[in-house]
Design a protein around this ligand. Sequence first.
Ligand SMILES: *[C@@H]1O[C@H](CO)[C@@H](O)[C@H](O)[C@H]1NC(C)=O
Ligand SMILES: *[C@@H]1O[C@H](CO)[C@@H](O)[C@H](O)[C@H]1NC(C)=O
Length: 198
Amino acid sequence: MSRSFGNPEVITKLLILISISVFTVSSRPIVSNPDDVATRPSEKTFVLKSSDGVKFEVQLQVALQSDAIRQMIVDGGFSDKMVLSFPNITGEIMAKVLEYCNKHVYYAGAVNNITAMEEMRAYDTQFVDVHYETLFKLVLASDELKIKSLLDLVSGKIANMIKGKEVEEIRDMFNVKQGSCVDHSTKQDYLRENAWAF
Ligand SMILES: *[C@@H]1O[C@H](CO)[C@@H](O)[C@H](O)[C@H]1NC(C)=O
Ligand SMILES: *[C@@H]1O[C@H](CO)[C@@H](O)[C@H](O)[C@H]1NC(C)=O
């Protein structure tokens, strides 16, 4: 079930996600207003379970930054101590996503505070200063959880990393083996057609 980075399908999906995200730079607020789903107190908590069985107790307000979780709650209702499982997201990545969400809930309450906004930008810069494999996992996780601001942040970082690089260099950077692609020419065409992103 684990996703391999040598898998051409996964790489194509990542490139598409990055392209879409860079195209549609979000004008949405960093945190969505939880009031439209739940007029419940923010101290309500429930549990997120990762693929490797790690459980995270999260505040509703924090988790509602994920449009996927919001939709699950709209569809399935909310109960205290309920468990939502994410079989594609490891505990390590879930912890990072939740750290981001926690921080951004705080900053969302401080939009008129210049010091806080500068802190947030510094936090974001530091947050994406990680190995590219972690960035790729964060792209997939933020896509699955539908956290647009995080997807934009991480995709922007990857787009910057590969900007101005040749296809060969990108392949080396991300350790994509020539032979790993079932239809190699298709991917090269894809990279060429989307050269603006690099
Ligand atoms: C997990 O990943 C698989 C393969 O990419 C996908 O088909 C499935 O919908 C994902 N599961 C969830 C809960 O999103
Ligand atoms: C502005 O943000 C800073 C940093 O987060 C915080 O220490 C300070 O108390 C905030 N000021 C106001 C007026 O909320």
